[in-house]
Design a protein around this ligand. Structure first.
Ligand code: SF4
Ligand code: SF4
Length: 176
């Protein structure tokens, strides 16, 4: 079963439901309570520049218990895990951890996950890369490839099966 298959699981039951409740309880009672909405996290957020993900709003919504709104938001999937929000927060908070927790709840709950995110997971599982190496444009606006620059082709992990096992084990442990 791939991670993508995992994300299409039906409604949570038993242990999975318990895990969802624990995470939600943690979100409400602990993580975001010290956030005073200064916005420093959002002002440095790489995803905000591209997709308008606003980590300070994630904190406000989770603090107020609007977990469903977060779960149904496409923006949570655009976090690029740059960790700037964690580095910049004057309160030592980590919106990125809240976003990860919400994404885990979404997966366990069988919510539809963003196609870009599931494509990325599939690519990592299949090749070890987030995406295959692409052409880029240089300062003179010429498209260049690795080969065109005389670079060797990118090599994926030699033991892809082992990588898949490790990733699947980590995913199952997170969702357990
Ligand atoms: S930087 Fe910290 S305190 Fe400020 S809004 Fe973001 S999470 Fe809240
Ligand atoms: S880790 Fe995610 S939420 Fe935090 S600054 Fe980076 S992209 Fe934004």
């Amino acid at each position: 079963m791939s991670i993508v298959d995992l994300t299409s699981m039906a409604e949570p039951e038993g242990e999975a439901q318990k895990k969802v409740n624990e995470i939600i309880k943690g979100l409400k009672e602990d993580i975001p309570n010290d956030c005073y909405q200064c916005g420093k996290c959002t002002s440095g957020c790489e995803a905000f520049i591209l997709t308008e993900l606003e980590p300070h709003k994630v904190m406000a919504l989770s603090k107020s218990g609007f977990i469903d709104e977060l779960l149904n938001s496409s923006e949570i999937w655009t976090c690029v895990t740059c960790l700037k929000c964690k580095e910049r927060c004057p309160q030592d908070l980590a919106p990125v951890d809240v976003i990860f927790a919400v994404k885990n709840i979404a997966v366990v709950s069988g919510k539809q996950i963003d196609s870009g995110y599931s494509n990325m997971l599939q690519a990592v599982l299949g090749t070890g890369f987030i995406q295959s190496p692409k052409e880029v444009v240089d300062r003179e606006n010429n498209a260049v490839t690795r080969e065109g620059l005389g670079l060797t082709p990118m090599k994926g992990p030699e033991e892809i099966a082992k990588l898949q096992q490790v990733l699947m084990k980590a995913a199952m442990e997170t969702l357990r």
